[in-house]
Write a protein that binds this ligand. Structure first.
Ligand SMILES: [Ca+2]
Length: 183
């Protein structure tokens, strides 16, 4: 279970529009009775109802004693046993209608994993291939285009000349020869 987001500074009346949302990140439905949220000032809001697996539920704070500060706030989520399960906070000023959401915390471990698995190896491979392989690849493409053009031209131009020559030859051979005229 986690606090997915909250809206400390809704457009219009804060009392009317403030809300937060809870997300059930477990694989099973849960009964929310007994769960509660506290703000920095220690005011509580008791959750209620049923939440399905992977479901997010919004709780409007209208009519609640819990109000969300517009200049920095923390919401704490407790289970029915009173154990702190999750918290979500922001600092600075909340813009109008700005939704406060959980950001992924980039730890040293995650960053190293990212660099190892995504950044460094493909980058090195790309540098190698772009410096050594792609000129070769480009010249192969260029050679293929040249070869294609050459075949096209060789087939096209000489053929028509050849046909003309053949045609002339055929015409001439059909004419009577000089000897035939004489006889
Ligand atoms: Ca507010």
């Amino acid at each position: 279970m986690e606090i997915r987001s909250f809206l400390p500074n809704p457009a219009g009346s804060d009392k009317e529009g403030e809300l937060f949302s809870i997300f059930n990140d477990s694989e099973s439905a849960a009964n929310l009775s007994g769960w509660y949220v506290k703000d920095e000032a220690g005011r509580s809001f008791w959750l209620f109802g049923q939440i399905e697996a992977n479901q997010e539920i919004s709780f409007p704070l209208k009519g609640s004693s819990l109000t969300l500060n517009n200049d920095g706030e923390t919401l704490y989520l407790y289970n029915p046993a009173g154990s702190l399960i999750d918290e979500l906070s922001y600092i600075g000023k909340a813009g109008e209608d700005q939704i406060i959401k959980k950001e992924i915390e980039i730890t040293e471990e995650i960053r190293n994993e990212l660099f190892e698995s995504y950044a460094l190896e493909p980058l090195q491979a790309n540098i190698l291939s772009s410096s050594a392989q792609s000129p070769v690849f480009l010249s192969i493409i260029f050679a293929l285009i040249l070869a294609g053009l050459t075949v096209f031209l060789v087939n096209k131009i000489p053929k028509s000349e050849e046909e003309e020559l053949l045609g002339e030859f055929a015409n001439e051979s059909s004419k009577p020869s000089a000897e035939e005229w004489i006889s």
